[in-house]
Design a binder for this molecule. Structure first.
Ligand SMILES: O=C(O)C(=O)C[C@]1(C(=O)O)C=C[C@@H](O)C=C1
Length: 378
């Protein structure tokens, strides 16, 4: 039946809207196919690079080159996509390239969806194989036995400080592994449960996470008791077994994995909570121009010994970014120091300071040079 003029007039705006939508979606469909073609072209080039590396004995993973790729892209990026989105897309693209060359095996401190797991995925993407371990020492062992290509271990948290188990492994086996990359992960704790907040009587989490949310928990859950368990992910798993009274302090990813609701978001007492992780492997990273070096040294128990070392850094205009002291178990009263500083071990001023330290210290171990990590979300 022919439509009257007034009928067609009243429908013309929605009709126009519908045809516009169809046209715009048509554009997206075309663009998607173009993008797909380009993605696969890029992957084919990565496959060729893989062959060259295989012939020359090069490593599949190059932290320095990945940093360069990301910098090129982010420098050119003008929006409207967010930087976080562009980074996530390229993380997966590069992860896919590595998997075409040779799928990389990554060991991390488990269980699944622990913050170490999230840090590992942030660095290596979805196309890698992840081996979870029961403790930090086992991450080093996995590398040593060649069961994994890389390991991800926590170094320090902005609230809790250093991670003793990791530093102890570097001390026990100083020449076993090198740091080739670092990861900065924003740690966002949430209260997860399948009951109402007023019903929560038991809260599970890793001890450090409970301590990082201490004030919030005391104020908002005055009737609950707090139970440290081996990890935040394990806490989320336990909540499933006591759904009417239990809650966990854990990540959003753990909520998804264990089918829990998020009762309260971002409950850490400090608004800034970040953990820095080291990626360990057989070799460290090539120079990029914006690098850091990690060092471990032991000095004699004499007055001014540490001051002399620090003066050497000052004289060579090297900026220290981290310093930790650790009691040396074998000699009472002696300390091992861990430092991070700006620069690559191939930089002239870093070479100079290393030479001075070799003379001054009882032992010096370069744990590795690696590209300076971007903050999570930058
Ligand atoms: O340039 C290389 O060495 C590559 O293998 C390519 C590529 C990439 O996809 O851009 C992949 C893996 C490396 O870690 C670095 C970069």
């Amino acid at each position: 039946m022919a439509r009257s003029k007034s009928e067609s007039n009243s429908n013309s705006a929605p009709d126009k809207g519908a045809s516009n939508l169809a046209a715009l979606r048509g554009q997206i469909d075309k663009l998607d196919l173009n993008i797909l073609e380009l993605l696969n072209k890029r992957a084919s080039v990565a496959a060729q690079i893989g062959k060259v590396k295989e012939d020359q004995g090069g490593n599949v993973f190059s932290a320095a080159r990945e940093e360069e790729v990301l910098t090129n892209v982010l420098d050119a990026h003008k929006g409207p996509l967010s930087t976080i989105t562009v980074k996530a897309i390229f993380r997966e693209l590069i992860s896919g390239s590595r998997a075409i060359q040779k799928q990389q095996k990554i060991a991390y401190l488990g269980p699944e969806y622990s913050y170490s797991h999230l840090a590992a995925i942030q660095r290596f993407g979805e196309a890698s194989i992840y081996n979870r371990t029961a403790n930090i020492a086992a991450v080093f062992e996995e590398l040593n036995r060649k069961h994994a290509d890389f390991g991800v271990v926590p170094l320090e948290n902005s609230t809790d400080g250093r991670v003793v188990d990791t530093l102890e492994m570097f001390m026990r086996f100083p020449d076993q592994v090198k740091i080739c990359s670092e990861i900065r992960l924003r740690v966002r704790h949430h209260l997860l449960a399948n009951c109402a907040q007023a019903e929560v009587r038991r809260v599970y989490s890793k001890e450090q996470a409970l301590s990082q949310c201490r004030n919030w928990l005391a104020k908002n859950l005055p009737n609950a008791t707090f139970h440290p368990v081996s990890s935040t992910a394990d806490a989320a798993r336990l909540v499933q077994t006591e759904p009417n009274i239990a809650a966990a302090v854990a990540s959003r990813e753990a909520a998804v994995r264990y089918n829990l609701g998020i009762l309260a978001e971002n409950i850490a007492d400090s608004p800034f909570n970040e953990t820095r992780f080291a990626v360990i492997g057989a070799t460290d990273s090539a120079k990029t121009g914006t690098d850091k070096t990690a060092l471990m040294f032991q000095i004699a128990h004499t007055p001014g010994a540490l001051a002399d070392v620090l003066t050497a850094f000052k004289q060579n205009k090297i900026n220290l970014t981290w310093i930790e002291s650790f009691p040396f178990r074998e000699v009472k009263g002696e300390y091992v120091f861990f430092v991070d500083f700006d620069g690559h071990r191939e930089d002239t001023r870093v070479k100079k300071v290393l030479a001075v330290l070799e003379d001054m210290c009882e032992s010096v171990t370069v744990l590795g040079s690696f590209p300076l990590a971007r903050a999570d979300g930058e």
